[in-house]
Each structure stands twice: as C-alpha cells, then as structure tokens.
Design a protein around this ligand. Structure first.
Ligand code: CTP
Ligand code: CA
Length: 225
C-alpha cells in the first residue's frame, strides 16, 4: 500500500489518537462497555507514525499490540481517557478520536460485589463527559478529527456532530454496512470536513484506509478513493 518513500506529511507534528472502548465500572467484577475492537484507532496511530508524526495512542482496554515507535497510554474509563487526552492536548497538533467512549456510566460504583436478589434490578446511569466536545471548546489551533458510528441518516448526524463539537473533520461509519465494522478488518466510511469536504471510501482494510484518510486530510490529495 502506498509509496513508502513519500515525504512524511506529518513530520514535526504531534498526533494524539484515542482508540478502543471504555469500561465503566459497576462493581469490582462488572462493567459497562461496547464492542469496539480498537483496530481502526490503532490503524490511525500506525498511519500517523508512518507519515512522520510523533504519535501518542490513548487506548482503552483492547488486546492489540502497540506499533513500534508509538507512545501508548492505557486507560480504562471515559474519565481516565479525558484526563489523559487533556494532559497531551496543549502540545498536540492533531487529535483523532477513534475511541468508542461510553456515553453513560453507573451513578454509583459499588465497593463490594453486588448480590442478586429476587426480581429485576435497576442500575442508575449518568452521562460521561463528552471528551471531544470538551476539546472542541478548548481548541487553540489543533486539528480535531472525530469518528461517528451511525445506523441511519449518516451524513446529517455526522455533520451535526462536526458542528456541535467544533471539529475540523469527522469520519462516519455506517455500522449497518454488510461488511460490519466492530471487530472487522475492513471499514466503510465517509469523511466530512468543515471545509465542505465529503469523500466516501469503499470497503477498505482498516490499515490502508487509515493511510488514505490521513493523506486525504493532510496531503492535499483529491483523487485517492
Ligand atoms: N466522544 C467523546 N466522548 C464521549 C462520547 C463520544 O469524545 N463521551 C467522541 C467519540 O470518540 C467520537 C465522537 O465523539 O469521535 C462521536 O461519537 P458518537 O458515539 O458517534 O457520538 P455521540 O456524540 O456520543 O452521539 P450518539 O452516541 O448519541 O450518536
Ligand atoms: Ca456515543
């Protein structure tokens, strides 16, 4: 894939990538999470590094190997991820939020294992902080790139998130794509830009797709679909 001798279009840039799910604890033995495999985020980090960036990968719990040359920060919850990303933000040029951050967490984390009882049970939830929205509010020249997982009205919802979170680009996955998204080695996405960019990429292996996306965003390429 690609031209290995291309100049590093991200040389001299610091790129922070988040990947994977978050885990929100219920008690010492249980948590809420989602099916994110982390593969797309790891592919984005590997691509950024290959294009010359100093790359920091803030990763939720996934079993993936960290590519050589990348500094990884392992986190568990959305709150941990927020702290770790904010610690890198002031010196970052680009933030890519590929993580599938839990939108809710249990309101109380039980200190001991919850015991079952007769009948149903209810776990009260509260919203987590929207990390990307927080970054958008504190933006000082960084390029902010979000991901969006949608099942319908993909363009409308993705563009809504681009605006609401003050992003420069958003990469939308249609999670109903027949090839699947979660855990798959391929992905089908559309890139939307604040500048009006709208480019659809056909089903492509995640590692190759990550390179294509970064080249399209930072390399000024216009015909690489
Ligand atoms: N995101 C985040 N912090 C959260 C939730 C989401 O930083 N607490 C980021 C994700 O990493 C992703 C983007 O926001 O880059 C969009 O995530 P998505 O789940 O598609 O959108 P939400 O804004 O959470 O809206 P909804 O899940 O209701 O569609
Ligand atoms: Ca969400």
């Amino acid at each position: 894939e690609g031209n290995h001798s291309e100049p590093g279009i991200l040389a001299g840039k610091k790129v922070v990538v988040t990947a994977g799910p978050t885990r929100e604890r219920i008690d010492p033995v249980r948590y809420l999470s989602n099916f994110s495999s982390g593969k797309m985020g790891y592919a984005m980090a590997e691509a950024a590094s290959r294009l010359g960036a100093e790359t920091v990968l803030v990763s939720g719990p996934v079993g993936l190997e960290v590519p050589a040359g990348i500094r990884a920060v392992q986190v568990e919850s959305a709150a941990d991820m927020l702290d770790s990303v904010l610690a890198e933000y002031a010196t970052a040029d680009v933030v890519i939020k590929a993580a599938a951050v839990a939108d809710y967490r249990p309101k109380t984390v039980h200190g001991g294992k919850m015991k079952k009882q007769d009948g149903d049970s209810v776990i009260e939830l509260e919203r987590t902080t929207d990390i990307l929205k927080t970054l958008g509010e504190q933006k000082e020249g960084q390029c902010l790139i979000g991901f969006a997982a949608e099942t319908d009205r993909v363009a409308e919802y993705a563009r809504g998130k681009l605006e609401r979170k003050n992003l420069d680009y958003i990469i939308a996955n249609d999670v109903t794509a027949p090839t699947g998204v979660f855990g798959s080695d391929t992905n089908v996405v559309t890139l939307f830009g604040r500048d009006g960019t709208e480019v659809s990429f056909p089903a492509t292996e995640k590692k190759a797709l990550a390179l294509k996306l970064l080249r399209r965003i930072f390399g000024g390429e216009r015909d690489d679909r």
